[in-house]
Design a protein around this ligand. Sequence first.
Ligand code: XMP
Length: 510
Amino acid sequence: MKHELIIVLDFGGQYNQLIARRVRDLNVYCEVKSYKTPISELKAMNPSGFIFTGGPNSVYLDTSPTISKEIFELGLPILGICYGSQLMAHVLGGKVESAAKSEYGMTSTNFDTSSLIFEGTPKESVTWMSHTDRISALPEGFKTTAYTASCPIAAMENPEKKLYAVQFHPEVSHTKYGNDVLKNFLYNVCKLSGDWSMKNYINTAINDVRAKVGDGKVLLALSGGVDSSVLAALLSRAVGNKLTCIFVDHGLMRKNEGDEVEEVFKNRELNFIRVNAGPRFLAKLAGVSEPEAKRKIIGEEFIRVFEEEAKKLGKVDFLAQGTIYPDVIESGMGDAAVIKSHHNVGGLPDYVDFKDIIEPLRLLFKDEVRRLGMELGLPDFLVWRQPFPGPGLAIRIIGDITEERVKILQDADYIFREEIAKAGLDKSINQYFAVLTSMRSVGVMGDFRTYDYTLALRGVTTTDFMTADFARIPYDVLSHISARIVNEVPHLGRIVYDITTKPPATIEWE
Ligand code: XMP
C-alpha cells in the first residue's frame, strides 16, 4: 500500500528527528533524507512535499550544505525551517545576513494570520528561535508573514509556488502554535488526507513480511527489550509458527524478568525457546571483576548459546532484527551512514546460517515502536520497559559476581522500582536501578555489629542517554526505600543515592 509521503530534507540541524516525529504524529508518513540525495531520487519517491530542516551553518559559506534550484521548480510544496528558510531565500535570490545580535529562546512573534500556514494562530505568540543569521531581503515573488522585534522577516512565503519559510522552530514544544504551523503546512498547503496510522502500518508490515517470508523459517533473538519484544509480537501475527524466538536468559535479568518474558510469549503463536543459561554465564564470570572483561565474556557466551540453539533448528531462511529508524537515519552532515548496532549480540548473523535479514521496524521511531507494541497487545511492562544493558546486572555488581550477590541486587532493585512506581515517579525518571558495590561498612542491628555491603541507588532524567542529570527523588521516598531495603534484604547495611550527572559520570557504574 502506498502512503502519502513528506520528505524531511536534513541539513544537519539538531531537531531533525523531532520534525519527522511531529509529522508522523499528525498522521502523515515522512522520511528523513540527506540534502545530498540526488533530486531525481527524491522525485522518484513521489513525495507530496518537503520540509527543509535547520542546520548549524551560514548559507553563504562555500562549505555549507546547499541545494540545487531545481528542487524549487518541481511544483511541490516546501516548508523551510531556520537554516532551511535562509537557504530558500539565498538560493532564490534573496539576501541572508548575520544579525548584530543572536536571537535565542522563546521569542514573541507576530503572525499574518491570513497566511495558510498561520491559520488559527493568534496575531502574536511565542516561538522558539535559535539563530544568528537572518533573511534581510525577500526573493522575488515572496512576502513577509511574521516578524519579531529583532527579526523583520521571521516568516516568508510565495503561495503561488507553494513555498513557505519560518525562521523559528515549529517542531519544538516551546513554539506554542508550532504544531498548528506544521499541521497547516501538511493539510492546507500540501492538501494531504493523513493516511498514516499505526493500524495501517501493522497491516502494511504484516503483508510485506508475509510476501517476503513465504514458507520460509524466521529466527529472532528475543532479549525481552522493547524492540525485540514488539518485533516478536508483529512477526508472530504475520507468520505464526514459522517464527522461532530464542530467548537466552543469562541469569542476570532483573527479578522475575525471565519468567515474565516467557509468560508473555509462550502462549502466542510462535516457537518460543527459553535457554536457562544462568549457571553457564556465572561459571564464565567467576572471579572476573573488570567491567570490559565482563561485557566481553557475556557477549561471547551469548553468541555461543544462541548458536548452539540455532543449529538445532537447521537452516533458517530469515534472521529478524529489531533495527529502528534512528539507527538508520543518515545525518545530513555526515558523509557515511551512521548505523548503530542496536543489539548487544554483535556479529550474531555471522554465526547463523540464514538467507536474508528482515527488519520490519526500520521505519519506526522508538515511541512508534511502543505504540505498535500496545496495538499488538503487549503488556505495559514490556512496552514501557526502561533501557536495560545487554550484560544485565553483571555491570551493576561491582567486583565478583556470585549467585548470592545477584539475588541481593535483584531483591533490592525490585523494592526500589516498586517504590518509585508507587510514588508515581516511574514515567518522569527515565532510568533507575540499584548497584551493588563491593564496599562493606560497619553497622548495628539490634545489639549486634554488622559488616555488610553498601547498595547505591541511581535515578536519572535524560532525553538521549548521552547526557543525564540525577533525578531529584523526594527525601521521603528515598527514606522509605532505604528502610525497606535494609529491613527486607539481608547483607545490605548501607544505602546511598548517586548524585552525579553524566558527564562526568556515566549512567551505569561499569
Ligand atoms: P552509560 O553507562 O554509558 O549508559 O551512561 C548509557 C545508556 O546505555 C546503557 N548501557 C548499555 N546498553 N549494552 C547495552 O545495551 C551495554 O553494554 C550498555 N552499557 C550501558 C545504559 O543502561 C544507559 O541506558
